[in-house]
Design a protein around this ligand. Structure first.
Ligand code: AMP
Length: 376
């Protein structure tokens, strides 16, 4: 790719301006719908035709995320570019960033792409994380397990929804042979994941998991939604619940402070999702995602401004909207695999809202849609 030219200065978009979205999944789809509400046009860059986002965008560039011609076309056509997943090739993001306003910034993307860099970055910004160590060999793994007692081994790159992880809990075999087999299953020799190695984290005896979705505008203003308490099954988000007394106020305030610190620390523009472990009266950051987040889907029905609209407002240089909860309690539940077959049955209850992502193949564990139930 050619040398970068000076970055363009972001400015407030006008109605009918065009927003580029890299990645065509459900998050891109919901972002495009929020952009359309504000009168913006959207173009999605995604190699799969008829992807969830392309079904609701104005246009799709069907190409790999790092296809140079496609990136040129995206720059030409858009006033601002964003992304909906964290595995956007970093070189492509940096190349774009020098030609067109790209939000969130590529440095947030870089941090989220590598679990080791992420943990170090979070710590450097003063956030609290579980103890961790880098693991590339059986010896480092054995040492880490000796230090932490129990732990979760995660690939630094390419893991998602619980994939690329191994939990060492209770009585486990620490023989050289078994540890080598675990390492080899996560980072097989010669694989891309092996280039980056693993991180071993202490197994956190958390009481609950919660997340906070926050947004920072181009003017530096920050808004955080109320904390959501989340339940995961097999590493995949099952449900998120939000409302008064669902989480201790002190924990929620602590989490919010850390999110604000992160947003300002990265000079971030857009929406971020930060996941926490609540342990007694402290909270540890598990991970951050530089994008709209599955644990914030309930904001569409339960708040005046959804996380998607908030993101679009931020990257378009518009003021942020209200994050107040408009009901007493709400619950979001993912529809995984063939659970979406019965989605419309939920509509028997007028307080349940169904969102489907337009995916045709309902593979086991695949996120097909979600429902949100509001309680007054
Ligand atoms: P992650 O992909 O890092 O979000 O991990 C998926 C899920 O695994 C989390 O939501 C937790 O339920 C669990 N988990 C991950 N890391 C840890 C940890 N260090 N201690 C305890 N549970 C964990």
């Amino acid at each position: 790719m050619t040398d970068p030219s000076p970055a363009q200065v972001a400015k407030r978009l006008k109605p009918n301006d065009t927003i580029g979205i890299i990645g065509g999944g459900q998050l891109g789809r919901l972002l495009a719908m929020a952009a359309a509400k504000l009168g913006f046009r959207t173009i999605v860059l995604e190699p799969h035709k008829d992807c969830p986002a392309a079904q609701v965008c104005n246009d799709q560039i069907v190409a790999a995320y790092d296809d140079e011609e496609a990136l040129h076309a995206l720059c030409e056509a858009c006033q601002v570019v964003t992304y909906e997943f964290e595995n956007v090739p970093l070189d492509a993001a940096r190349w774009l960033e020098n030609r067109v306003p790209l939000f969130p910034p590529a440095k947030a993307l870089a941090m989220s792409q590598d679990r080791l860099e992420e943990k170090r970055g979070l710590q450097d910004m003063g956030m609290d994380v579980a103890r961790f160590c880098a693991v590339r060999s059986v010896e480092e793994l054995a040492q880490g397990l000796q230090d932490f007692g129990q732990g979760v081994l995660k690939t630094c790159r390419f893991g998602y929804d619980g994939k690329g992880q191994h939990v060492f809990r209770g009585d486990f075999d620490t023989s050289q042979r078994v540890l080598a087999a675990v390492l080899d299953s996560l980072i097989p020799q010669g694989s891309k994941a092996a280039e980056y190695g693993c991180v071993l984290e202490e197994l956190v005896p958390f009481d609950r998991e919660f997340s906070i979705i926050g947004t920072r505008g181009q003017d530096g203003a920050v808004q955080c939604y109320p904390a959501a308490v989340n339940v995961h099954e097999n590493g995949i988000l099952r449900s998120s619940s939000v409302g008064q007394s669902i989480l201790d106020d002190g924990l929620a305030a602590n989490g919010q402070r850390q999110v604000e610190q992160l947003l300002h620390g990265l000079n971030y523009v857009g929406t971020v999702g930060v996941e926490f472990f609540a342990v007694g009266d402290t909270c540890l950051v598990n991970e951050m995602a530089p994008r709209v987040h599955n644990t914030g889907h309930w904001t569409v029905e339960a708040c005046g401004t959804s996380q998607f609209e908030q993101h679009i407002r931020a990257i378009a240089g518009l003021p942020l909207g209200s994050v107040d909860l408009l009901c007493e309690l709400c619950e979001m539940e993912n529809l995984l695999g063939d659970e979406s077959d019965g989605a419309f049955d939920f509509l028997q209850d007028p307080h349940v809202y169904v969102t489907l992502y337009g995916k045709v193949e309902a593979r086991a564990g695949r996120k097909m849609g979600h429902i949100t139930r509001l309680y007054k």
